[in-house]
Ligand binder design. Structure first.
Ligand code: ATP
Length: 278
């Protein structure tokens, strides 16, 4: 569905007050995203995960130097196509809650996202209502402005906006930050459900545990580099199926990795059953 081929990114910075230089923020990333998959991109803060998301969405600063190719459904994904598909085929659930318009009530914002995806006004309003109910945002939250929402509510509003956009490729950038365990599970389950409907979800997170609870594939990033891309099932036992020692260390550092091994294999059996039934 989406192929990233040898993507490198440089951004300008001031090395001193008179000298501008270039920082390499992404280095020759090659990734392949398939329909129906949750593909997690995991890395520490500053690894380049959000920049990768912006590169796919076409939201990098104008000064960025980008090399490499992106293909969506076999055709090059250039700036014009990104502009055309953004908010329709491609959706981003951004990390920052400031993405919500402070002057527009929740329900209207979600309805606008549906309208941008091509729904007529009345259907957009109805589909916004359904999405808000689905994410358990009550009538008070639906009429609230962004500053009246809790962090968890605001995050669910952003997820509802991606939901109504009917996008086929959804990037969720740290969608569970600041959520309590129950709400976190609800958002992760919602992302898994979107993938089970045949969409592709790129889940950006710094928490390998959250990634493994829903992902089919995992890419580990560090300092703008792709360390490894592996099936979620490779994160099991002592991690000997992982090729990089950094990934193995991340895996072994999880205190409850033996529990996760059985959760991942259960999830994969469940997905396999669904494929067989289909
Ligand atoms: N507009 C920019 N100009 C210059 N450098 C930038 C810009 N945006 C990000 N960077 C740098 O690129 C690197 C990667 O940033 P990015 O936001 O992608 O990291 P991240 O992995 O998403 O981290 P986090 O988990 O903290 O959000 C960082 O070192 C950051 O300082």
């Amino acid at each position: 569905m989406l192929i990233i081929d040898q993507l490198s990114l440089q951004l300008p910075y001031y090395a001193s007050w008179w000298k501008r230089d270039w920082a390499t923020c992404l280095e020759e990333l090659s990734l392949r995203f398939s329909a129906g998959d949750v593909h997690a991109v995991v890395g520490a803060s500053g690894a380049g995960k959000s920049l990768l998301a912006y590169a796919v969405m076409g939201l990098l600063p104008a000064s960025a130097r980008l090399n490499g190719q992106l293909y969506y459904h076999g055709k090059p994904l250039d700036a014009a196509r990104q502009h055309q598909l953004r908010g329709r085929e491609l959706a981003l659930i951004p990390q920052s809650l400031k993405a919500l318009d402070p002057l527009v009530r929740t329900h209207r914002q979600v309805a606008w996202a549906a309208q941008r995806a091509g729904w007529p006004a009345m259907s957009a309003w109805r589909s916004a209502q359904q999405a808000l109910d689905h994410y358990r945002l009550d009538s008070r939250a639906q009429q609230a402005f962004a500053h009246e929402l809790s962090g968890g509510m605001a995050r669910r509003v952003l997820t509802a906006m991606a939901h109504v956009s009917q996008a086929q490729f959804i990037i969720a950038d740290e969608p569970t930050v600041g959520l309590d365990p129950q709400q976190r599970q609800r958002v992760l389950d919602a992302l898994r459900a979107l993938a089970d409907q045949g969409k592709t979800v790129m889940l950006i997170t710094h928490d390998l545990r959250h990634a493994l609870s829903i992902a089919d594939r995992v890419t580990i990033m560090r300092d703008g580099k792709q360390i490894e891309t592996a099936c979620a099932s490779a994160f099991s036992g002592s991690g000997c199926s992982l090729t990089s020692s950094y990934s193995r260390t991340l895996w072994q550092a999880l205190p409850d990795n033996s529990f996760l091994t059985s959760a991942v294999s259960q999830m994969q059996q469940h997905s396999q059953k669904e494929v067989n039934v289909a």
